[in-house]
Design a protein around this ligand. Structure first.
Ligand SMILES: [Fe+2]
Length: 495
């Protein structure tokens, strides 16, 4: 087989919206260790491990579509590599709500992002129950795989066969239904453990409480909670993600209000009741890590730049400053009650821009610099550089240089010289979050691979594409035997 070549961006070509929306279908099969033959390119023999991905796998029941794909039940895909042999498994997380709705073949819960039960407002009025859909991220903590959804606790799964063990309190750490973020950070640079999982939960209200937790994820005590603190702040907090440095956990409290009335009376989903407040200022909430130098000290709160952030890329300390890269939107993007998510007009939604915030802890100020105006999402650095200064990041981006559109390309960004290189999935294909996996014995920060699940609109199926992280050349492509709807987050776990 021959090596594949880079493909250039087809910058101004228009995409076919149906090619994009054709990914949104129910997944109706569950595979178990099905052998994956390489379709194109070269087999990688040096990686032994599993790519786990999470995302919505049920989008319609009894003719009713979810209002937003984020309301779809979580399905885990696992693609294993062992001495060059690849295999694939996929399984739905058996949440209580998934099992109930499967049995009744209809939606019996309202979704946070606007999915309503059939029967109109009257049938949704005062129904404040929610379904933990476990669809946002998947990581390994201790001996379990955790399927994560930020508004409630994690589901534990068997990492080998993906069977659901059930909701877990993590050995008594979490109370029943306690929020547990879907964006844990894996710290490979702590002096206290070769791997720490740092994460948080938010109890939001007129005052909001952030619980910051650090778990060991190596050795005999893998999965054990080592550090735990709680801090309460004024104001409603919508915190999807955070960033860490060696000594700090950094949150951006968006200037958002929550008016629960339309949710309570059955008109809207809870997330549709979030609205930017132009009279409020976003805040950086910077909490000392209990594993760091400033343990026990109070959080620092500093005014933040305008804009809305779901995801951060990385942060590091530079003397008394924290440098933070994030993806900023002009406003909170929400699919309104009368819109069909499969037919949305991308140009009406704000695009994500890569920006760098320089947070001065000493003078308690912040400033922001736009690094790129090209719409992007789902960015990551080499996992070994998380929390430290990193040169490179890899992210999903649009083909166009400005404006919103589906994500159809991968960008490698160099934060030292602003150089960008691209790989395009092609005119009819759409990318998901890229996962950067370092080589076994890396010679540089960008020595490794980038794994991407791609929706191939022409074939109406999913591919796994493996790129060289250094130059974004295609190394290998596997045509997958299942069609995976556009997904959310995932992780790589070495064997
Ligand atoms: Fe996320």
């Amino acid at each position: 087989m021959t090596n594949l070549q880079n493909r250039e961006l087809s910058i101004q070509k228009d995409f076919d919206k149906f090619d994009w929306s054709s990914a949104y279908n129910n997944v109706d099969i569950e595979l178990e260790n099905e052998i994956l033959p390489l379709s194109k390119g070269t087999i990688i023999k040096e990686l032994n491990g599993t790519l786990y991905r999470n995302g919505p796998g049920i989008l319609e029941r009894d003719g009713q579509w979810v209002h937003h794909p984020f309301d779809g039940d979580g399905m885990i895909t696992a693609i294993r590599f062992e001495a060059g042999e690849a295999s694939i498994s996929n399984k739905f997380v058996r949440t209580k709500g998934f099992l109930e709705e499967k049995k009744q073949n209809k939606f019996i819960y309202r979704g946070v992002f606007g999915t309503q039960k059939k029967g109109g407002i009257l049938n949704n009025f005062l129904d404040l129950k929610f379904k933990n859909i476990a669809n946002t991220h998947v990581i390994k903590l201790g001996e379990n795989l955790l399927a994560l959804w930020e508004a409630a606790g994690p589901h534990a799964l068997n990492p080998n066969n993906l069977e659901t063990k059930g909701l877990t309190s993590l050995n008594g750490v979490l109370k029943s239904n306690e929020a547990f973020s879907a964006h844990p950070k894996i710290d490979l640079n702590s002096k206290l453990s070769s791997e720490l999982v740092v994460t948080f939960g938010v109890q939001a209200g007129p005052k909001s409480t952030i619980r910051l937790m650090e778990f060991s994820n190596a050795g005999d005590n893998a999965g054990e909670l080592l550090f735990d603190r709680k801090d309460t702040f004024n104001g409603f907090s919508f915190l999807h993600d955070f960033a860490i440095t060696t000594n700090w956990a950094i949150f951006l409290q968006n200037a958002i209000d929550f008016n629960p009335i339309p949710f309570v009376i059955g008109q809207k989903g809870a997330a549709q009741c979030l609205k930017s407040n132009p009279n409020k200022k976003s805040k950086f909430i910077i909490i000392p890590r209990e594993s760091g130098l400033y343990k026990g000290q109070k959080p620092i709160i500093i005014d933040a730049p305008k804009g809305f952030v779901f995801h951060h890329v990385n942060a590091y300390e530079d003397n008394s400053k924290i440098i933070l890269e994030s993806i900023f939107y002009d406003d909170f993007p929400s699919v309104g009650p009368d819109e069909n998510f499969r037919e949305i007009d991308f140009t009406k939604y704000p695009e994500g821009n890569l920006k760098q915030s320089i947070i001065d802890l000493k003078n308690q100020t912040s400033e922001v610099v736009t690094l790129s105006k090209q719409c992007c999402e789902f960015a990551m650095v080499n996992p070994k550089r998380l929390g430290l200064k990193s040169i490179f990041s890899w992210m999903a981006c649009t083909e166009r240089k400005e404006g919103n559109a589906p994500l159809q390309a991968i960008k490698k960004y160099n934060s030292i010289n602003n150089e960008e290189i691209f790989w395009s999935a092609g005119e009819r294909s759409f990318v998901s979050e890229p996962i950067m996996i370092p080589s076994k014995n890396p010679s540089s920060e960008d020595d490794g691979f980038v794994f991407i699940v791609v929706w191939n609109g022409e074939r109406r199926g999913s591919d796994l594409v493996i790129l060289d992280a250094h130059n974004l050349r295609e190394i290998g492509l596997y045509e997958l035997p299942i069609s995976i709807p556009h997904g959310l987050h995932g992780s790589w776990v070495n064997s």
